[in-house]
Design a protein around this ligand. Sequence first.
Ligand code: ADP
Ligand code: MG
Length: 338
Amino acid sequence: MQASRPLPWFRGPKLGPFKFRDEANRDITFLEHLGGGVHAEVFRVMIDDSIYALKLFRFVHPTMVIQPNVLRDGTASIEDVINQNDPFHCECRAYGRLKEVGREDLAVHCYGYVLLSRRHEHDLAQLGFTDWDRRDAVKDRPIRGIVKEYIADDGSGPFTFEMLPRMRQDIIDLNRLGIVVWDVRADNYRAGRIVDFSQAHTAPHMELDWNSTAYARSQVMDCCVRDRACFDDMIEEWNENHPDQKFWRRFMPNLAFGQRLRDMTRYRESLYRQEGAKFDAAFYDWEKKRSTSSSPRAVQSPRSDRKTRRERATNGSVSKKRNVRRRGRRRGTANHPG
Ligand SMILES: Nc1ncnc2c1ncn2[C@@H]1O[C@H](COP(=O)(O)OP(=O)(O)O)[C@@H](O)[C@H]1O
Ligand SMILES: [Mg+2]
């Protein structure tokens, strides 16, 4: 099958196909397996004399990527779920957004998607990769992949101490662009750049809809805050492993520290009520296409705009029932596996 139109065919951002030099003869040479998990396998490949990382996605069942009640209640259709939550579509939509606003610096570079031919699948099978979780409904569909810049492992780990301030700012910028990465952790960084958007929620998205009928307001707010909390967890781990190079700029109050205090009020709040909680991702105006500025770092909402958002968000939270949850529990609420 030939890739031609941008995907997913759904409202909001889309990703275009990778441009082969010769579309009639789309050669991909698989050189090395780089890693993978529940959603995908990543390979170092050669295409048209250049080296790339190619992420190939398994076929997930819609029930694996949504809370069961959302489908049961009929608040979202299977199409909606697949278009918004299928890991391949999650990556297409996040990269589509970065491209449309000219902020591709916020992640490892992406060159578009590919649909594998039977010949490519045969090559993969020769390397031992045969299991793509195909079920009957998708048995004739091609394996979908995303071509990315290959970042060689230079032995320095997923990031260095010097990269942390910029990585922190990247999270703020991604959220302001209506992207919640969802799975912020060290494994998903290479050279200080995010490589994995397979669970990203990109506006318009039912879990980032402030007036969602499928999700409670508290869930939408938790979704917006999630990257900040996960980034803090990653920093905590870094600090434990690097006692001489501690990074102090957390987003949220430090739970471990708070538990040692007599007055723990600040630390007991559910995540979205904590100091440092921001809901920018739910207020991204996705219909107003934002164009690139000359400086890639200059895409920020005006101060007055930010204030309005914060006020609206705070008003929204007051009406919700108090639902005190600890961070440990919250991290287990992922609606995607892996
Ligand atoms: N662009 C890349 N360059 C080099 N290695 C990569 C790249 N992208 C992913 N990898 C490697 O493959 C692993 C899995 O990729 P990832 O996108 O996180 O897949 P998954 O969604 O299955 O977790 C990463 O942890 C990393 O080691
Ligand atoms: Mg990953």
